[in-house]
Ligand binder design. Sequence first.
Ligand code: CMC
Length: 378
Amino acid sequence: MSADAPSPANYSPGLEGVVAGETAVSTVEDGLKYRGYSVGELCEKATFDEVAHLLLHGDLPTAKELSAFQARVTTARRIPEPVKQLYPNVPKWAYPLDALRTAVSMVSLFDPDAADNTHEANVRKAERLLGQMPVMVADQYRISKGLQPVMARPELGHSANFLYMLRGTEPTPEEVRALDVSLILYAEHEFNASTFTARVIVSTQSDLHSAIVGAIGALKGPLHGGANEKVMDVVRAAGGPDAAEKWTLDALARKERIMGFGHRVYKAGDVRAGILKGYARAAAITPDLQKWETTADIIERVMGEQKKMYPNLDWPAGRLYHAMDLEIPLYTPMFAMSRIAGWAAHVIEQTDHNRLIRPRSIYTGEPTRSVKPIGERG
Ligand code: CMC
């Protein structure tokens, strides 16, 4: 029995432009919207916690729904003791996103709904991961620095609690708002690589935790979430305002990729980058940070002039987090502790309307040949 040969006419390398499914979670058409709300308006009028509710439950919460949601999420911040014991055993040099991926996998062993793929169980698991992932990131960070973990504070929202657990001190309202806006912008993005990975995994009737572990793996690469950890390398390598133009022209002449620029879907610019730029600028309060902002502006101008290529969200996010004095290896884990909301919304949608995702490939290997006895090979 054989399958029909796929048509090369249907082939698009990297699936560029291919419609691979339906979703009601978000759209990038005519400006990024989450469940019908523009991200710009969400950044102005909502918190990350409200947006996470929107993504997981389909609409913005009422005040009563929000407090019930936050109560469930904050209860999950008490992660199981054996998972906590993982961090002292993780090598100090471990990359935080790898430690997060391992912790998410481990916590699945203790989740009472782990094997239950019903809509209700998937929502419960998603809410728990939303509470657990920032705790995992903060605990692993502190233990790797030889510091005691800090207890979560149930009265604090997602961003404020994360900054508090990371540093052990109260963040300022400006820092909380800036981080919250960045996490709103990171929360969801249609069929990006990590979300698509998650959907492929659950399309086999696998479970939510397996999908999130796979999604974290896909997020790690520098062409996707890993780009936010490369932004300050780019800005610093450019050397400062006097050297930035020449450095950018030389890097482009060497055919280097400038991390934080370009996008598979947004060819005329990423609305998210424009929204977060003001927060990165406002956070740059020292002369040194302002120097890097000016350097970033010059790189941005040259990229537009030379390549018609514009910043993506990672460009201001990497600078904002640096200005907030957060260490670079935390940036992609922070992306993950936001995108968990979008990933889980897609996992739930895929599971609720499932059809196995199994595309075809164009064969480029050897023509049909016969197997020679081992003594006749070579
Ligand atoms: N700097 C310089 N040249 C670039 C860049 C860049 N950032 N991005 C693409 N190009 C060039 C690329 O070299 C190629 O040139 P040529 O045709 O001469 O070979 C051309 O543009 C097309 O590149 P592509 O890789 O085929 O385009 P794509 O649509 O697959 O790329 C991308 C999308 C995001 C992978 C790419 O723009 C890139 O590598 N950007 C840098 C990494 C980055 O910032 N990633 C974050 C993406 S958005 C948020 C997220 O997911 O985290």
